[in-house]
Design a protein. Structure first.
Lengths: 483, 95
């Protein structure tokens, strides 16, 4: 049961082979046994979870169940959920019990999904290793000496360790794809604007996008059907007709044009990761895909552009944490300014402070054009690169990260080294495109490696089709760590 | 270009984050490393390129000027550090 996919759990619930309460109990027991070693969850509340499960069973008994009613889910601790601590991995929000629900949470509740707990993450989603959480680093279930990736490291570790069959996540610069790759699970970041940001604690608003991780592409498609949709409370939510993301899963791949960006296979890509991606491309060729070389010449510039735009937006977004309306307030201060300065110095961790200060600097008087506007122009160049590439292909494939998961502590002392490892994921967020990570093999050190699939705008169904067909002929996605 | 301790203190002040004298050296050196990384942008010619704010280049929607939020003051203030009679309390700002 613990290895069952969402699809299988849905079938078992519908057939009455298992109840929502039994399912929730099995996962809670597993979390209780394994979470102390993995630290994938910040908050678990058996009573609340079982109350949701009971309600789901009642709904099913009343004949009002949907496809996923009673299926358990872990929520990244960034989505505000009424009555649950929503810490965002920060001391700043350690005392914050959310008074309202994010749109994503509302959608999941309407579908009858049962909350298993709140998944650990890098503080305010800033990080690529999950070492920036106030609640301690998450461990990679495949190797507890390895990082799980970040910032949605708790979500990825939970799904990999089978502590949850599915988990919500967010991706601002790779925070779904990179941990999904490092933990060997399937993750999707939709087109910017497809999933509402309402109630999702803001990091960099023009880049932040909610998404999901599960074992399979099919499960991700089922979840996207729940999560996606217009929401007027998010000013950048897109008004589009509802779509069924499972509609193209079974399409054959014959004639699919797959673009390989030469910049993603250049210096800096570890040989073992490169081999795994080559093998994955070969599998798709066997399924009838046709490979074309494409070029994304401004890839290298995604790093400086991202590390201007994201901190700039973060410095503005995080100004709301002032110790007045919610969040941490220092014990002692002599005036209002000192209250702000001490509350923020105590409440934020060092990476968050760094990004706020970088953002404050690049937005400050006299530097705005040189940094922020310059970065927004480079952002356009990067989006133009993708537009040119998609003229000749249907999806773009490449690695998610230059190496498999590195060791805990390996890069935590050097922020710039950490930033450079985001090279293959940042461009997608800057352009606002959808992308996935799909398990594709294991590196020489035994740690999982994901294949990145990048789609054109609103190309989720196409990407999910490619991922699903790949998963019909490979079994990397069904491998689980021995725990 | 390199930030001095004075620059770092100014940025910290603008950010409303207390940085102690003991921290300023390390914070400054990390900020300088990051600024060194983002300096790479200046090598690119972006003349005539329109800055991109939203991937779909959509403009923000307008909505009716109407009250849409219910009054949930008590629930929202339950998480506030200090409140009294429905007001958020802060240190005295006007003498």
């Amino acid at each position: 049961m613990i290895n069952a996919t969402l699809k299988q759990l849905s079938q078992q619930l519908t057939a009455g082979q298992v109840s929502a309460v039994e399912l929730a109990t099995a996962y809670l027991d597993r979390i209780e046994a394994l979470n102390p070693a993995l630290n994938a969850f910040i908050t678990v509340d058996r009573e609340k979870t079982l109350a949701e499960a009971l309600a789901a069973d009642a709904r099913r008994a009343a004949g009002q169940a949907g496809l996923l009613t009673g299926v358990p889910i872990a929520h990244k601790d960034i989505f505000c959920q009424q009555g649950w601590k929503t810490s965002c991995g920060s001391r700043m929000l350690d005392n914050f019990i959310s008074p309202y629900n994010a749109h994503v949470i509302e959608q999941c509740q309407a579908a009858g999904l049962v909350t298993l707990g709140r998944a650990n993450m890098d503080e305010f989603a800033m990080g690529s290793s999950n070492e920036n959480s106030f609640y301690g680093a998450v461990k990679n279930p495949w190797d507890v000496n390895a990082i799980p990736g970040g910032s949605s490291g708790g979500s990825a570790a939970a799904v990999a360790a089978r502590l949850a069959p599915v988990a919500t996540a967010t991706d601002t610069g790779g925070s779904i794809r990179q941990p999904a790759s490092h933990c060997g699970v399937t993750g999707i970041k939709p087109t910017y604007g497809v999933v509402s940001r309402f109630g999702m604690v803001a990091y960099a608003s023009s880049l932040d996008q909610g998404g999901v991780m599960a074992q399979t592409a099919e499960d991700c498609a089922l979840m996207l059907n729940v999560m996606a949709g217009f929401d007027e409370r998010d000013s950048t939510s897109l008004e589009r007709a509802r779509e069924d993301y499972t509609r193209d899963l079974a399409q054959p791949l014959a004639g699919l044009r797959v673009g390989l960006p030469r910049e993603y296979f250049a210096d800096g890509l570890a040989a073992d990761v490169g081999r795994i991606i080559d093998n994955a491309v070969a599998e798709l060729k066997k399924l009838g895909a046709e490979v074309v070389e494409v070029s994304l010449p401004n890839t290298q510039l995604s790093i400086p552009a991202y590390y201007v735009i994201a901190p700039a937006e973060a410095s503005a977004n995080l100004s709301r944490f002032d110790g007045v309306r919610y969040g941490h307030r220092a014990d002692e201060y002599k005036d209002l300014v000192e209250m702000y300065e001490k509350s923020r110095a105590e409440g934020f961790g060092s990476e968050v402070k760094r990004r706020i200060m970088v953002g404050t600097y690049v937005l400050s008087h006299g530097y705005y054009d040189a940094y922020y506007i310059k970065a927004q122009k480079i952002r356009r160049l990067i989006a133009n690169d993708f537009a040119a590439a998609f003229a000749g292909c249907d999806v773009i494939l490449g690695p998610v990260a230059p190496t498999a998961a590195f060791n805990l502590g390996e890069k935590s002392g050097d922020p710039v080294q950490m930033y450079l490892s985001d090279i293959y994921t940042l461009s997608v967020n800057l352009a606002g495109l959808p992308a996935m990570s799909v398990p594709a093999g294991f590196a020489d050190n035994g740690r999982p490696v994901g294949l990145q699939i990048i789609g054109n705008y609103f190309g989720e169904a196409k990407m999910l089709n490619v991922a699903h067909q790949f998963q019909q002929v490979t079994d990397w996605h069904s491998k689980a760590p021995a725990l | 270009m390199s930030l001095t301790h004075q620059d770092v203190a100014r940025i910290a002040r603008l950010s409303r984050i207390a940085v102690t004298d003991a921290e300023i050296e390390a914070v400054g050196s990390q900020l300088n490393n990051i600024l060194g990384l983002i300096e790479q942008m200046q090598a690119v010619n972006t003349d005539g390129i329109e800055p991109m704010a939203h991937p779909q280049d959509v403009s923000l929607r307008l909505r009716e000027d109407a009250v849409t939020e219910p009054n949930r003051r008590d629930a929202c203030q339950a998480v506030a550090p200090q409140v009294e009679k429905g007001l958020f309390l802060v240190p005295k700002v006007i003498e």
